[in-house]
Ligand binder design. Structure first.
Ligand SMILES: Cc1cc2nc3c(=O)[nH]c(=O)nc-3n(C[C@H](O)[C@H](O)[C@H](O)COP(=O)(O)OP(=O)(O)OC[C@H]3O[C@@H](n4cnc5c(N)ncnc54)[C@H](O)[C@@H]3O)c2cc1C
Length: 502
């Protein structure tokens, strides 16, 4: 996209994933066209542009994991693979007229609130601009995390994260080490095992794995959805409410026995060797970490060229991985399946609020928090999409994002109606909201399930997940409440000092 950056826009959106695209479309729908979408990558898609590893797939049915206003009757799988979701998002950007507003290759490097000008001053890799409103759609799973294992820099072969897959590296006939057994690793392992000469999977904690319910869609099904859009809507509704029930075992421990039994039986059916099965049996409550789905992962681990290593990794050596038991596991390539920065997101270091402190400085003091996941006290005219406590373990993030987008539209309308130049969050409203979120978090599987997970921050607080149904989040964001915010009028125009003064 070769357009220049404007000097000033009404709204600057950072990120062009589901969040940024959704924000752009809802602004257009509200009659607002003075905005840009600043994206560091070379195209839209976010998660679904960056995660191009073999086997990358959503784990919420595609009929639901898509925008409510842009249904796709043509999904070829009930749980679509990454290329299809990426294509869907590119089509959405085209169909809804987002492209003219898009500035790709434009990493935002800084954004500071200018109190006198009542606007954001934004620095990007392609120059500066200002904006009245800043919408951060930078993603909660967009910054790959690689653990600081000694010796990693000395590894002689290629090493890359699943979210930064190096397609120039051919893994055929290579000895591949996969480090980590989370959602991405479980998807990629069955894809690379048949190619690799040897596959060594390093596991710290086994995940709970359920049978995968996905299947290819039938041509008749697609034709029906095309001919009868209300039918697809109905199916989407049924899938949504079915998924909502999945939250119950997370909140009420007794209900977790059923999913745990299903996962245990799946493991027993797929792994006959009792020693391997023991290694693959989680020792924490199901749901404490993200529940995974796969019919192929466990069989792949049992192929003659595959090995599961559960000893802790001591160091990376030029020719492989050395574990704490002294064993050296030769490898020609390393794949990091080690997840993302989730509670220490990089953008918080470049966002500077009213008192000059960064969002990171504020959150390190108080913990990552926002009001209704979306606005932050001291950071005026800022909306954080997929913000604190808006993640889910059971349903579609797109639903959460659409809830936030309604809230943002409502907030912008309230500013217009009151002639406000500045919208800030009342600290006491934010504190009250977060105290309630943390109260609801008590006793859930995420805090009591006996595991360490990426849901928790350094203090063991769950600042990533919403502690209930996604419907309750929809209700919490259905209306912008002016009483929770400070709406400030424009400052009187500052007289320009005569030339020569100062
Ligand atoms: C492999 C994988 C599978 C997933 N599967 C599911 C699923 O099945 N169901 C589900 O609900 N959720 C899933 N998720 C979560 C997923 O991240 C969200 O559903 C959704 O895609 C988030 O959209 P987003 O726009 O908020 O963030 P992202 O998709 O991460 O997009 C953020 C965008 O911001 C850009 N950006 C970041 N920083 C800057 C900067 N400084 N300057 C400019 N641009 C910047 C990034 O380049 C990126 O394009 C999955 C995540 C991963 C990683």
């Amino acid at each position: 996209m070769a357009h220049d950056l404007p000097d000033h826009v009404d709204v600057a959106i950072v990120g062009a994933g589901f969040a940024g695209l959704g924000a752009a479309i809802s602004l257009l729908g509200d009659g607002r066209s003075d905005f840009v979408v600043l994206e560091r990558d070379d195209d839209v898609g976010g998660t679904w542009h960056r995660n191009s590893y073999p086997g990358c797939q959503c784990d919420v049915p595609s009929n639901l994991y898509s925008f409510s206003f842009a249904p796709n009757p043509d999904w070829t799988q009930t749980f679509a693979l990454q290329p299809e979701i990426g294509a869907y998002l590119r089509k959405v950007a085209d169909d809804f007229g987002v492209r003219p507003h898009l500035r790709t290759g434009t990493a935002v490097e800084g954004a500071a609130w200018d109190e006198r000008a009542q606007r954001w001053r934004i620095d990007t890799a392609r120059g500066p601009l200002t904006a009245r409103v800043l919408v951060a759609g930078v993603g909660a799973l967009s910054e790959p995390a690689i653990p600081p294992i000694p010796g990693a820099e000395r590894f002689a072969g290629p090493a890359f994260h699943t979210a930064r897959w190096d397609h120039d590296v051919d893994l055929t006939g290579k000895r591949v080490a996969v480090i980590g057994t989370g959602a991405s690793a479980v998807q990629v392992v069955p894809r690379i095992q048949p190619q690799a000469a040897r596959l060594t999977v390093f596991q710290r904690t086994p995940p709970w794995i359920m049978p995968h319910p996905g299947r290819p869609t039938r041509p008749r099904e697609r034709a029906l959805f095309r001919a009868l859009p209300p039918l697809q809507k109905l199916v989407r509704g049924a899938v949504y409410w079915g998924r909502e029930c999945y939250v119950l075992p997370f909140r009420f421990h007794r209900l977790s026995r059923l999913p745990e039994r299903i996962a245990r039986r799946h493991l027993e059916r797929q792994v006959a060797d009792p020693v391997l099965r023991d290694k693959l049996t989680p020792r924490y409550e199901i749901g404490c970490k993200r529940i995974l789905m796969s019919d192929e992962y466990l069989p792949a681990l049992q192929q003659p060229n595959a090995e599961l290593v559960t000893a802790a990794i001591a160091e990376i050596v030029p020719g492989g991985v050395r574990t704490a038991d002294g064993a050296e596991h030769p490898a020609d390539a390393i794949v990091w399946g080690t997840g993302f920065h989730t509670t220490d997101l990089p953008h918080v270091e470049w966002l500077r609020g009213r008192d000059g402190r960064t969002l990171g400085e504020v959150w390190r003091e108080h913990g990552m928090q926002a009001l209704r996941g979306t606005t932050v006290a001291g950071f005026p005219n800022l909306f954080t999409l997929y913000g604190p406590n808006t993640n889910l373990g059971h349903n579609s993030i797109v639903f959460m994002l659409e809830s936030q987008l309604r809230f943002v539209t409502d907030a912008l309308r309230a500013m217009d109606a009151r002639g406000a130049a500045v919208l800030d969050t009342r600290p006491e409203a934010q504190a009250r909201f977060n105290a309630a979120v943390q109260r609801r978090m008590r006793g859930t599987v995420w805090t009591q399930g006996g595991c360490a997970s990426w849901y928790l921050d350094a203090h063991g607080r769950n600042t990533t997940l919403w502690p209930g149904t996604s419907w309750s989040f929809r209700r919490a964001t259905r209306r912008f409440d002016p009483a929770e915010h400070l709406l400030e009028p424009p400052l009187p125009a500052v007289a320009t000092p005569p030339a020569g003064v100062c």
